[in-house]
Design a protein around this ligand. Structure first.
Ligand code: MEV
Length: 313
């Protein structure tokens, strides 16, 4: 028997970086992510098809070490042995789309399912955080929460909720192709906060108000307030030094193509943008943008959180 799990990647619609310092964020699962396959193997291995890497779970090194650390915690506590978990991603790595959180959550869910161990969403989140803390020192937890829960998420410290939306919303994601290091960018914002505390406070306060307004509006089925809030956040993130000329260029092009809101998503410094349509519709704006950037893609909010299933071996 083979156990499978799929966990979604994510976009942060509003509030990245501020969320690390206790402010709220709105984030959403993508309808693509990471698939994990767990099967019998005496060696306890992780295999990444995308990275072309193999990593022993009990003596890990390199890029798969964070996933191994989370699996060690799951397996050691329950004396589980004899599994190989293979990962395959449909989102780019180091691009701000939550591939590391999706990898660890999918690997954990597949391995737990393989051994017939029931793990709650809370346990998956806590184990996923073991991995995320190794990826970058000071994670808010929003990526892991979205990978587990899916949907549109409000996240503020321990106040975390999936918002119940009455409809589906399309977003566009476009990537610069530039990989970046989340930890370094989180430190850059920390340094900005220390250097310009009053400006940081002003931006953080405005961000909080906009996130709260958008949360309430979305719950009433009114998404009209989202684009202007996204545009404010792009400017704030740029002020804090985490945008880049490539990100600014994609944001500009998305707006010219007809998207009403566009901003970097995730840590910035490279990675991707997310864009939200105006009221005249998504398709025309997307096809204008996509003709120049064929790697851009559409995702629908809300999308599912982690899921598991089995197939015969
Ligand atoms: C990374 O996807 C988002 C950041 O806010 C970091 C975090 O929340 O852990 C930059």
């Amino acid at each position: 028997m083979i156990s499978h799990a799929r966990a979604p990647g994510k976009i942060i619609l509003l509030g990245e970086h501020f969320v690390v310092h206790g402010n709220p964020a709105l984030a959403a699962a993508l309808d693509r992510g990471v698939e994990a396959e767990a099967s019998a193997d005496s060696e306890d291995l992780i295999v990444s098809k995308d990275l072309g890497l193999e990593c022993p779970i009990w003596s890990p090194s390199g890029q798969l070490e964070p996933v191994a650390a989370a699996l060690q915690k799951l397996m050691r506590d329950r004396s589980l042995r004899g599994v190989k978990v293979s990962l395959k991603s449909s989102i780019p790595v180091s691009a701000g789309l939550g591939s590391s959180a999706a990898s660890s959550v999918a690997a954990l869910a597949a391995v737990a399912n393989y051994f017939g161990v029931t793990v709650s969403h809370d346990t998956l989140y806590n184990l996923g955080m073991v991995s995320e803390r190794l990826v970058h020192g000071n994670p808010s937890g929003v990526d892991v929460y979205v990978a587990v829960q899916g949907g549109m998420v409000y996240f503020k410290g321990r106040d975390r909720r999936v918002l119940s939306l009455g409809q589906r919303y399309p977003v566009m994601v476009a990537c610069t192709g530039v990989e970046r290091n989340t930890g370094e960018l989180v430190s850059r914002v920390g340094a900005f906060k220390d250097r310009s505390p009053s400006l940081y406070r002003t931006l953080a306060k405005a961000s909080e108000k906009l996130v709260e307004d958008c949360r309430k509006a979305l719950l009433k089925g009114n998404a009209g307030v989202i684009p202007a809030s996204m545009n404010f956040h792009q400017q704030a993130l740029k002020t804090m030094g985490v945008s880049s000329p490539q990100l600014d260029g994609l944001v500009r092009e998305a707006r010219l193509a007809g998207f009403a809101g566009a901003k970097l998503t995730g840590a910035g410094g490279g990675g991707c943008i997310v864009a939200w349509p105006d009221t005249t519709g998504f398709e025309a704006a997307f096809s204008r943008f996509h003709s120049k950037h064929p790697n851009s893609f559409t995702s629908y909010i809300p999308s599912e959180g982690v899921t598991t299933w089995q197939t015969p071996s």
